[in-house]
Design a protein around this ligand. Structure first.
Ligand code: VGL
Ligand code: ZN
Length: 217
């Protein structure tokens, strides 16, 4: 498959949540999360524009099971905006777990977009919070810079990567998810359903060779 030139000023790499808490040993570890870091570093060199998303919750966040007496991680509760899956405490602002993985090397990234900062609202997507009304400003940033195509990599494929890709499409961007540069949590069929939802929304699912094999412009 040929993809739009990743070095073009109209393309950006969106690196989702490559943070210690999502890496084995972290509080919400995604299996194999560490395996994709070298590939993401390599892919980063094919892009002029790199944006990092960082899950960044205040202590006591509404998505933490510990904030709901009697509830356990992975249970579902009703919040004012709808169903919320509960997680172990993770990516607490300023904690080691919230830092990017130490081997992530994307020093030319120009924007870090922090999400999930509102104590009462979760945000899997780098574009839009779970109330589906509060934007992070990312779509506006991309549009103001003339970017029309985003490539997504990172963690977790079936949560934050998927919702970011769906919202990218909804905001009118071309979206390519680089599957071998993602890993998923895979609970209750979440991986199969994520793949289907992305396909239905017109997200292109590709392998990294489609990028690393590009003819150099
Ligand atoms: C994520 C669950 C909770 C993710 C973030 O990055 O996929 N998943 N917060
Ligand atoms: Zn989170």
């Amino acid at each position: 498959m040929t993809v739009p030139a990743t070095r073009a000023s109209t393309s950006a790499l969106l690196v989702i949540d490559v943070q210690n808490d999502f890496i084995p040993g972290g509080r919400l570890a995604v299996p194999g999360g560490d395996e994709i870091v070298p590939l993401i570093n390599q892919l980063g060199r094919s892009f002029r524009q790199v944006i990092l998303a960082q899950d960044w919750h205040p202590a006591g966040h509404a998505s933490f099971a510990s904030s709901h007496p009697g509830k356990q991680p992975f249970e579902i509760v009703q919040l004012p905006y709808g169903e919320q899956k509960l997680w172990p405490d993770h990516c607490t602002q300023g904690s080691r777990g919230a830092e990017f993985h130490p081997t992530l090397e994307l020093t030319h990234a120009q924007l870090i977009i922090r999400k999930g900062c509102n104590p009462d609202i979760d945000s899997y997507s780098a574009f839009m919070e779970a109330d589906r009304q509060t934007t992070t400003g990312l779509a506006g940033y991309l549009k103001e810079r003339g970017i029309d195509t985003v490539y997504l990599v990172g963690l977790a494929l079936d949560f934050c990567v998927m919702f970011s890709a769906l919202d990218a499409r909804a905001a009118g961007f071309n979206a390519f998810v680089v599957l071998d540069a993602c890993r998923g949590i895979d609970m209750d069929g979440s991986m199969d359903s994520a793949i289907r939802r992305m396909q239905t929304a017109g997200v292109e699912l590709i392998q990294s060779t489609a990028i690393t094999g590009q003819a150099l412009a």
